[in-house]
Design a protein around this ligand. Structure first.
Ligand code: FE
Length: 197
């Protein structure tokens, strides 16, 4: 595809977006304020927010328990606005179970917490291989899972979004919250990688 074709496609999608927003407002389905609020929630999302939740769960057993029971409430507790968003679930990695999140249908992702999904998350290759060969897939991120570790692949949907609580790496016992949050990457919360000290 030429640069010109790409530019034309982008122009078309911009016009389409403007038209859809105008229709939603005209039909009284959403107000311009609601659309603006939703855009602002998504724009505030970033892997750093998820990393703060992970670091707190590593250091605060009560928060960890609340997060595993109701991650939507646990996100709100950290100041992340979840109103109008699908419920969030957190999957805990353990020495015997490693979790990997995919949206097999499209690109469902906990955007309010982690922001926009990485480009590969939306690719047909990732979506297919996460199901067919999850061990081979995560190995491409350098994640070697022992044979006795069970890999659980979880489908994010329009109704429920998932994020992974990775295991706290050894050697970080004396670290504070900020230092811990700094080693938690986007892929660690999807399950393609694991944090290292
Ligand atoms: Fe999806």
């Amino acid at each position: 595809m030429s640069i010109l074709d790409t530019a034309l496609l982008e122009a078309d999608s911009d016009q389409l977006l403007v038209a859809v927003r105008a229709l939603l407002t005209a039909k009284g389905i959403l107000s311009p304020e609601e659309i603006a609020e939703r855009i602002s929630i998504t724009d505030k999302g970033s892997p750093a927010q998820g990393a703060r939740m992970v670091a707190r769960a590593w250091t605060d057993p009560d928060y960890r328990a609340r997060m595993l029971a109701d991650a939507t409430a646990a996100a709100e507790e950290m100041g992340i606005m979840m109103r109008g968003m699908p419920p969030l679930g957190v999957l805990e990695n353990t020495p015997s179970v490693h979790n990997l999140v995919v949206c097999t249908l499209c690109s469902c992702y906990p955007r309010a917490v982690l922001g926009y999904p990485p480009f590969w998350f939306k690719s047909a290759a990732y979506r297919a291989r996460a199901v067919r060969d999850p061990r081979g897939l995560v190995a491409e991120w350098g994640t070697q899972l022992a044979d006795d570790v069970k890999v659980r692949v979880v489908d994010s949907t329009a109704d429920y979004r998932w994020m992974v609580l990775p295991m706290r790496p050894a050697g970080t016992e004396t670290w504070g919250l900020e230092q811990l949050a700094a080693i938690v990457r986007e892929g660690d919360m999807i399950g393609v990688s694991v944090p290292t000290a």
